[in-house]
Design a protein. Structure first.
Length: 245
């Protein structure tokens, strides 16, 4: 009986030592696990903020000149366009082949119209891309330029609106980071004690990175695929990379 009691005491002591070790191990590892989860959450948050601050709406409007109303001049003045299409003068214009057409805006003479100096008289179909991320059309007068009216000479055949990242906006955010990193962190509401860098990879493989990664901290990173609009209104595929610590 004496030996049996001793073996029970040994088992109990071994169990207490094991539990103590588990508690100790948990107390050591728990802060690291918690920190990792927090940083991953922050990583998601910053990714969303970058996309939110570089995305704007892109309106796509298709217009068609009626065959019997086709002007005999390359320059066509689309009257009453802006009130109907509800877009601004920040446009990129392409013909049916996807070639960019020279377009102009005359604010003083015909504030609701814009002009296309088309490549040839057979160009009847045009795709209009409107977004505040594009440059405003130049104010220019071209003569001769035939005015045609909405509905009886040209039609708006389709309109779509969707939000996209814009290449130009990504460049602006990169410049903001370089010139006023702390201000950007404040504007994006980045949590105190968190640092971050990000990069942008274009469709041609060119990569632009901003900021320096800390070598003394655990760094969490992720690369996400994105679609973005370039300065010629083309939809491109690229990547946004974010690193936090």
């Amino acid at each position: 009986m004496k030996y049996k009691r001793g073996s029970h005491v040994g088992m109990i002591l071994s169990f207490v030592v094991f539990i103590t070790f588990v508690v100790f191990l948990y107390s050591v590892l728990r802060p690291a696990v918690t920190t990792g989860e927090d940083k991953k959450t922050t990583l998601d948050y910053i990714e969303n903020k970058i996309e939110e601050n570089t995305s704007v709406e892109l309106a796509s409007i298709s217009i068609k000149i009626q065959d019997l109303k086709n002007p005999i001049t390359n320059c066509v003045n689309f009257s009453s366009f802006f009130p109907y299409s509800l877009v601004s003068a920040h446009l990129v214009v392409k013909n049916e082949s996807g070639d960019i057409q020279y377009a102009y805006y005359n604010l003083t003479a015909d504030f609701d119209s814009f002009r296309i100096n088309r490549g040839n008289l057979n160009n009847l179909f045009f795709k209009i891309y409107s977004s505040p991320a594009f440059d405003k059309l130049p104010v220019t007068i071209i003569e001769p330029c035939t005015a045609i009216n909405y509905s009886n000479a040209y039609n708006i055949t389709s309109t779509t609106t969707r939000k996209y990242l814009f290449e130009e906006n990504i460049y602006d955010l990169i410049d903001y980071y370089k010139n006023n990193y702390e201000g950007l962190k404040t504007e994006l509401n980045i949590p105190l004690g968190t640092e971050f860098v990000f990069g942008f990879t274009k469709s041609n493989g060119e990569r632009i990175d901003v900021g320096n990664v800390s070598k003394s901290s655990s760094v969490y990173s992720r690369e996400v695929p994105v679609q973005y609009i370039d300065n010629q209104a083309n939809i491109q595929s690229g990547f946004i990379n974010v690193k936090v610590w």
